[in-house]
Every structure is written in C-alpha cells, then in structure tokens.
Ligand binder design. Structure first.
Ligand code: FAD
Ligand code: SF4
Ligand code: SF4
Length: 470
C-alpha cells in the first residue's frame, strides 16, 4: 500500500501577524484535513505507536474511527486513558513519543497523531460548549463511596489523579497554592500555545465529576500533611510540580530587569498581561531582551517577550541547536518569528546602569567537548571570545527544582538529593497513605508523563484504601 510521505500540514497564523498577538498559533485540522491525515495510518498489526505514548492510548483504533467519521468513538477511545486530550494534542512532544516510533516515520513524515488527537478532542469540546452533548448520564452512574482523598497541586498530575479517583467514586478535594487551578498549564504555557479557555473547560469537567477545588491553599504553610489526615482524608496525592527557578549565580544577576522565566511567565499569564490594554500588569516590557536557555520554557519566554513589544530578542544557549531540549515545532516557530538564536554562547555577567537596571550582558563563545553524565557533549569556553550585547531585560530559563515547603514541614517523608519526593512507579512514598507523582517526583518533565503518574497513583490509592478496609 502506498502512503503519502508528507503529513498534512496544519494551517497557522503567519509569523508577521502572530508575533503581535497572543492568539493561538496553529488553527487545527479541518475535517477534510483530518480525514486525509488519518488515512496515512497503516493500522500496523504490532501498533508500535501505543508504547510510545506514556498513557498508552490505542492510537490505531482512534485513528481508524476518524477514517470512519465516527468521532464520538474516536474520543471515547482516547478518554479511556487520557482525560486531557485537548491539552496533550497541543503540547505533547509527539516527535519524541508516539510519533517517534510510527512506522510511516521510517519512510517519510510520521502520522500526525497529536494533531488528530487535537482534532477529535476539539470536536468534542465544541459540542459540549454548544450543549449538543453532555456526560450527565455517565456522571449519574458514578457510585459515590463517601471516602475523602486530598490532592495537593492542580497541574496535570493532580488533575488526572483527581479525575480518576472521582470516577471511582471518591470525594476528591484539590488544594492549590495559587488563586487559579491548572498548574503550569495556566501559569507557564502561554495563551498562544494553549488557550486558557481550554484548560478552564477541562477543569469544569472535573467540577462536574464532583471534584472540589480549594485555591490559595499552600500546603506546608496553611496546613500540613498531618493536618489533612487529621481532617479525615484517607489518602493524599502530592503533585506540586517543580516550580522553583534555578539561576546561574553570575555577577549582576540581582539587577532590576532580570527575571526568572517562571516569574515572567506567571506575571504575564496569571496577572493577564496577555490581554493587552485590559490589565495594568506589573511586568517589564523590554525592547532588547536576552533569554537564557534552550527548552520549551525559554522558547515560551522569548516569544512572549516579543508579543509584549520587544524589538529584538536573543535566545542564548550554551550548546548547539541539536542539543536543545525544546520541541522542534517551538524552535521552528521561534525562529520564524525572528528570535535571534545565539548558540554555543554562555552569559558570564550582567552590567547595570546607575539606577540599578540591567543594560548589558557579557557572553563567552563555547565549543563542544567531551560527553557529560547526561550523554551530551559539554560546552567548553573559548578563551578570549568575550562579547557584550546591549539589553534592557533578561529572562533566565535554565531549569527548575521542587519547592521545599512540603519537605520542611513533613520531615518523615523521604526526599531525594535535589528535593524530589522519593516515590515508586505507582507513586507510593515512604509514608503510608501518601502518594506523589509528576514533576515533584521526576523533576521538570512533560505534561503527559505527569498525567501518566497521576493515573498510576489513582490506582495505587484505590488499592491502598481498599486494603485498609480488610
Ligand atoms: P505543575 O504543572 O507544576 O503543577 C503543580 C501545581 O501545584 C501548581 O499549580 C502549583 O501552584 C501547585 N503547588 C505547588 N506547591 C504547592 C503547595 N505546597 N500547596 C498547594 N499547591 C501547590 N510539557 C510538555 O509536555 N509540553 C510543553 O510544551 C511544555 N511546555 C512548558 C512550558 C513552560 C513554560 C513550563 C514551565 C513547562 C512546560 N512543560 C511542557 C512541562 C510541563 O508543563 C510540566 O512537566 C507539567 O506541568 C508538570 O505537571 P505537574 O502536575 O507535576 O506540576
Ligand atoms: Fe501522543 Fe501525547 Fe497523544 Fe500520547 S497523549 S498519543 S504521546 S500526543
Ligand atoms: Fe498508524 Fe503509525 Fe501507529 Fe502504524 S505506528 S498504527 S502507521 S500511527
């Protein structure tokens, strides 16, 4: 059977237009485009793509349902293992996961599994928003068991764990430190990649399942883990992520105008600077901005700075583009929008003006040396290669670690050296009844791996609670 080697492209806003607005960049497939792309799937007998998906969606089955225009069946198959498909269809690093092992990828471009997932998820969302379908019948069938479980953190790990437990009949309460639930999905990933309305709609679904949200509730400060057990929660899931930014600790890093990407993106997202003219958000709108890092967070910060009015944005990364951890699509989009990539470059100090604001950044050129423990060749400074760039804002996106708040108030819980919780494959920690998953266990990872961890923990929590009754 011959197959078109080229995937059906997704239409998107042209770079010149989109870099001045916060609207979503890709438009999503039309029905005709989705059908054409779905027909590229070979329906492989050994189904390699399923093992490439951290939540093991039955990919060939949902794609087959699309080819038969049975979109309800397609979304039902996806929902079987993935409760947030509108989100994963947009932000999953598919090229490293399901699509990396797609058979068609060996002879041409892999089947666009993520785009097809987005197509059916958006199809369902639109129908729900228009009131054409609802899951009232399904919700009415859930048998409540009256047992309380607490979930700390409302990112993808916490939301997935809560949804699965609620479907099993538990009374689930999510405690979220911020005033809005969603974790990195709302305060990290920008509107132009993941519209807030989509995350909001997914959260509304959880509320319909009976999940209770308590926001502005920082566990480890207002309440401890022990307090939650004392309040009657039979088990606790910790999904607090890894939101504490790392810095380079170089001279001048305390100058005004230098942000962590975490603070910069949180200000723009949660304090709504992206709604131009509607909110007077206290965030610097630099004209010449340097972003340090090469991951998704760095790309998001650079593209956000551009949309806030920057005239020139440098992306400074110490290795080459090949080693960048960001998704290929995001690198491509950033370049199209005019972000200048300075690879094999490392900042060594910031220089301030008389008011204490950053005005320049000094960098060194690097070259690649021996492989380090991560398997990547480590960057080595090139002697005498220093150069200076004029800037008025810098955003540091070189990684994050877990916030130590719960660690400080739960000394009996075992943590790893870098502050991650020590938990097994199913999320069991050193404390009976306490489970954990997502970035707080793995360190900064991906949305779908956090969801997978939330799912496994929900099963383990159910087993644990059932074992208490015996
Ligand atoms: P989080 O999403 O971090 O959620 C944790 C939640 O817990 C937060 O809401 C936090 O406020 C809350 N919390 C923390 N401490 C407490 C406490 N003590 N009490 C109560 N609540 C607390 N991944 C991808 O797959 N694709 C991408 O394109 C992508 N882009 C990204 C872009 C950015 C800017 C960032 C920052 C990350 C990106 N990621 C991406 C990574 C991905 O978002 C994370 O791996 C994922 O969100 C982790 O989920 P989580 O549930 O473990 O934690
Ligand atoms: Fe691929 Fe992510 Fe969807 Fe799994 S959840 S099929 S990895 S896009
Ligand atoms: Fe279809 Fe690719 Fe999966 Fe084969 S590996 S079933 S072609 S998506």
């Amino acid at each position: 059977m011959s197959v078109n080697k080229k995937a059906v492209p997704m239409r998107e806003q042209p770079p010149e237009v989109r870099k001045k607005n916060f609207n979503e960049v890709p438009y999503g497939y039309s029905e005709e485009e989705a059908l054409e792309e779905a027909n590229r799937c070979l329906q492989c007998k050994n189904k390699p793509c399923i093992s490439g998906c951290p939540v093991n969606i039955d990919i060939p089955a949902f794609i087959k349902a699309i080819t038969e225009k049975d979109y309800q069946r397609a979304i039902d198959i996806i929902h079987h293992t993935n409760s947030l498909p509108c989100i994963t269809g947009r932000v999953c690093p598919q090229e490293d996961q399901c699509q990396a092992v797609c058979t068609v990828g060996k002879i041409g471009e892999a089947v666009s599994i993520g785009r097809l997932e987005r197509f059916v998820a958006d199809w369902e969302l639109e129908r729900k928003l228009k009131g054409i379908t609802s899951n009232e019948d399904y919700l009415n069938k859930i048998e409540k068991n009256g047992i309380d479980v607490a979930v700390i953190g409302s990112g993808p790990a916490g939301l997935t764990c809560a949804a699965d437990l609620a479907k099993m009949g538990y009374n689930v309460t999510i405690f979220e430190g911020f005033h809005e639930p969603g974790g990195v999905l709302v305060y990290g990933i920008p509107e132009f990649r993941l519209p807030k309305a989509i995350v909001k709609a997914e959260i509304e679904e959880l509320k319909k399942l009976g999940v209770r949200f308590i926001t502005n509730a920082l566990i480890g400060r207002v309440l401890t883990i022990q307090d939650l057990f004392n309040q009657g929660y039979k088990a606790i899931f910790i999904g607090t992520g890894a939101g504490l930014p790392k810095f380079m600790n170089i001279p001048g890093e305390n100058l005004n105008g230098i942000y962590s990407a975490n603070e910069f993106l949180t200000r723009v997202n949660l304090m709504k600077a992206y709604l131009e003219g509607e909110y007077d958000t206290p965030v610097l709108r630099g004209k010449r901005v340097a972003v340090i890092g090469g991951g998704n967070v760095a790309m998001d910060a650079a593209r956000t700075a551009l949309r806030l009015g920057a005239e020139h944005v440098y992306l400074i990364y110490r290795r080459t583009e090949n080693e960048m951890p960001a998704r290929i699509e995001e690198i491509h989009h950033a370049k199209e929008e005019g972000i200048e990539f300075l690879t094999l470059t490392n900042p060594v100090r910031y220089i301030g003006d008389e008011r204490g604001f950053v005005k320049q950044i000094e960098c060194l050129k690097m070259e690649l040396g021996e492989q380090d423990s991560s398997g990547r060749r480590s960057p080595v400074p090139v002697k005498g290669s220093e150069f200076i760039l004029d800037i008025d804002e810098a955003i540091v996106a070189i990684g994050t670690t877990p916030n130590p708040m719960i660690q400080r108030t739960t000394p009996e819980l075992k943590f790893k050296r870098d502050g991650e919780i020590d938990a097994d494959e199913s999320g069991r920690t050193s404390l009976p009844g306490v489970f954990a998953g997502g970035d707080i266990v793995t360190g900064a990872a991906t949305v779908v791996t956090a969801m997978g961890a939330g799912k496994k923990a929900a099963i383990a929590i159910d087993e644990y609670i059932k074992s208490l009754k015996q």
